[in-house]
Design a protein around this ligand. Structure first.
Ligand code: NAD
Length: 259
């Protein structure tokens, strides 16, 4: 039997109530990690933790309400992680939102909300997780950016900018850890469209299958991503399989950015 890649590791996932974050939390548990599932939707995070506990046992999962824009929530979540699981090895900054609109369409409030959730959130996560992570042995921070950090669209001003900020934050955090000599790596993931509720913003009131079909045709390999495509990349970055990789990025874009 192949050894589990995250045995005796502790992971905290943000935005774990649904979509990619819920699948990541379950994937980390499948590889042996104990998981603190967090979300601003506390009941949704609890449901994810319950699904993990039902398969792997009560000791392997817990949930915590965490709005990633809230500093006190972060401090409480890190404390809870230490108390419940005795440390923290893997932080997945997954929570994020999409606001569709050009620079002229968007109001300042929507811009600030996008920056707050997509960039400030991971900043606070790294800031408050690092003290516990450096006491906990090997560590890995995985930041969920997007291919939109690298390729702009006329109607994605706030998403493009906030995901690009997260991309570069990743590199700064990685270099900080390396300079300090801590065994903590930090990398980002850049998916193209992934089949989740997040795409509803693009679909609007149009036919979902037709729009997803259109999106798939924009991707050179002819399909959009599935959550398990992202889970596999997270497991690689979270585990020692990627021990030489830090301050780097994984593009899951089916060839889109090569065009
Ligand atoms: P989703 O909308 O299905 O889930 C997002 C989760 O984040 C929800 O559970 C929501 O409650 C939570 N959340 C939102 N704001 C929060 C906050 N302030 N604090 C804590 N939790 C909060 O989205 P998804 O498709 O699963 O996306 C997950 C991540 O992947 C996001 O960062 C997104 O930008 C990124 N991503 C998604 C796609 C895609 O096409 N689905 C592509 C590239 C990148």
């Amino acid at each position: 039997m192949t050894a589990l890649r995250l045995e005796r590791r502790v992971a905290l996932v943000t935005g774990a109530a649904q979509g990619i974050g819920a699948a990541i939390a379950e994937g980390l548990a499948r590889e042996g990690a104990s998981v603190l599932a967090t979300d601003r939707d506390g009941a949704g995070a609890q449901a994810t933790a319950d699904r993990i506990a039902a398969v792997w046992g009560e000791s392997r999962a817990a949930a915590q309400a965490l709005d990633v824009t809230n500093e006190e929530d972060w401090q409480a979540a890190i404390t809870a992680c230490g108390e419940r699981f005795g440390g923290l090895n893997v932080l997945v900054n997954n929570a994020g939102i999409v606001a569709v609109g050009s620079v002229e369409d968007l109001d300042l409030e929507t811009w600030r909300r996008s920056m707050a959730i997509n960039a400030d959130g991971p900043f606070l996560g790294c800031k408050y997780a690092l003290p516990l992570m450096r006491e906990s042995g090997p560590g890995s921070i995985v930041n969920m950016s997007s291919i939109s950090a690298m390729i702009a669209s006329h109607n994605m001003a706030a998403y493009n900018a906030s995901k690009a900020a997260l991309w570069m934050l990743t590199k700064s955090v990685a270099l900080h850890c390396a300079r300090k000599g801590w065994p903590i790596r930090c990398n980002s993931i850049h998916p193209t469209f992934v089949r989740t509720a997040l795409l509803d913003g693009f679909v609007g009131d149009r036919d979902r299958n037709e729009i997803l079909g259109k999106l798939a045709r924009q991707v050179p390999i002819g399909r959009i991503g599935e959550v398990e495509d992202v889970v596999k990349a997270v497991l690689y970055l979270a585990s020692d399989d990627s021990s030489m990789m830090t301050a780097s990025e994984l593009k899951l874009d089916g060839g889109l950015s090569a065009m």
